[in-house]
Design a protein around this ligand. Structure first.
Ligand SMILES: Cc1ncc(COP(=O)(O)O)c(C=O)c1O
Length: 368
């Protein structure tokens, strides 16, 4: 959908693009200045295998403050984004014959992450009835003897669900019972509108089986810098380092300097984006009110799911035909089986554009 929409825009069609999660504000200029000055000062040589010490320390400080425990830089690895952290961690934890549990709906790359490691992808069906929150019962029912990892994502893409501390603890208990690793994708941590962030890494007894990861892509409007990290038990991170070095052989010191600066100098960028996204959520909730389209109000992130089943079309059919009405969105089926009746709308255009997009979407739905 995204590439088809890009192709048509290039050909001159008037399409409002609401497909991928690209922040619509620029990367803060003070971060560009740090990267530029660092590059010019000669920070263009090979980086350390774990990452540059300045970045490992900044990440350790972030997680020490968050968890209330002393997190050591030895527990951190730098990666070019959450995506690389996910894949390299998965390659390190599992192999052919192992199972990886993934709550469905899930972020579109997760299937590839698991399959790249040769492991079995085991979806856990979640339900819109509780806002797509993974329950301990759903998790327990899905565990098979070969399962080694739960791939958890809260705040969640595409649903915008934020797990509560109680839900995280109940999920952690099941992972303890079945001796599962928890790979925790926390890239949307700073973009929460309702509820509070909770992570298994923040609870000491589950932290021994949790590897948490995130990046500056969403938090600092800097996806093109490809800069993220993972944090977990030291012995596991030492093992993952071997796989990481085999693939990456380090990162870019000037980007490490910029990322360390971003983490240690909060500048309000994520608050500005969170404000924008939550205003746009309110706009869409109002726009769809009284129509056949049923939005699922997200509690976090930069997307909204909308149930289009009353039109008689699947999410994929709806999204494909909607292109002709000048809006591109993702079909829910890009994110697993459980949200096939939804479309996913990205919140990354301004209010004026979003208002026009909502009018076009509703007019298209009414025309069916
Ligand atoms: C849930 C989730 N995980 C990971 C990523 C990739 O993030 P990064 O740019 O840090 O690799 C995304 C990007 O949209 C995402 O939504």
């Amino acid at each position: 959908m995204h590439f088809e929409s890009r192709r048509r825009v290039r050909a001159g069609e008037d399409i409002i693009e609401l497909t991928i999660g690209e922040p619509d504000i620029p990367t803060p200029s003070h971060l560009l200045d740090v990267a530029n000055a660092s590059m010019r000062s000669g920070r263009t040589r090979y980086a350390g295998g774990k990452g540059e010490p300045i970045l490992l320390q900044a990440v350790a400080d972030k997680y020490s403050a968050r968890t209330g425990r002393k997190i050591s830089p030895d527990q951190v690895l730098a990666f070019p984004g959450t995506q690389a952290a996910l894949t390299i961690t998965m390659l390190s934890l599992v192999e052919a014959g192992d199972g990886v549990l993934v709550p469905d709906p899930y972020y579109a790359t997760y299937e590839g992450v698991v399959q790249a490691a040769g492991a079995e992808f085991i979806p856990i069906p979640m339900s819109p009835d509780n806002g797509f929150h993974l329950t301990a019962e759903q998790l327990e029912a899905a565990v098979t003897p070969n399962c080694k990892v739960l791939l958890l994502n809260s705040p969640h893409n595409p649903t915008g669900a934020v797990l509560t501390p109680e839900e995280v603890a109940a999920i952690g208990d099941i992972c303890e019972k079945h001796d599962l690793w928890i790979v925790s994708d926390e890239v949307y941590e700073p973009l929460i509108y309702k509820g509070n962030f909770a992570s298994p890494f923040d609870i000491e007894k589950y932290s021994k089986r949790t590897i948490a990861m995130a990046s500056i892509s969403k938090s600092h409007a800097a996806p093109g810098f490809r800069s993220g990290w993972a944090v977990g038990p030291k012995w596991a991170m030492d093992e993952i380092q071997h796989v990481s070095e085999a693939i990456l052989f380090g990162g870019q010191p000037f980007i490490a300097d910029m990322t360390a600066h971003a983490l240690s100098h909060p500048d309000g960028t994520s608050d500005e984006m969170a404000d924008n996204y939550s205003n746009r959520i309110a706009l869409l909730m109002d726009a769809f009110h009284g129509s056949d389209l049923v939005p699922l109000e997200p509690c976090a992130g930069m997307f909204m799911l909308v149930d289009v089943s009353a039109t008689g079309l699947s999410g994929a059919e709806f999204a494909m035909s909607l292109l002709d009405s000048g809006v591109s969105v993702m079909p829910g089926s890009s994110f697993g089986n459980e949200c096939a009746k939804f479309i996913r709308i990205s919140l990354t255009v301004d209010k004026d554009q979003l208002t026009i997009a909502a009018q076009r979407i509703i007019a298209f739905a009414n025309s069916i």
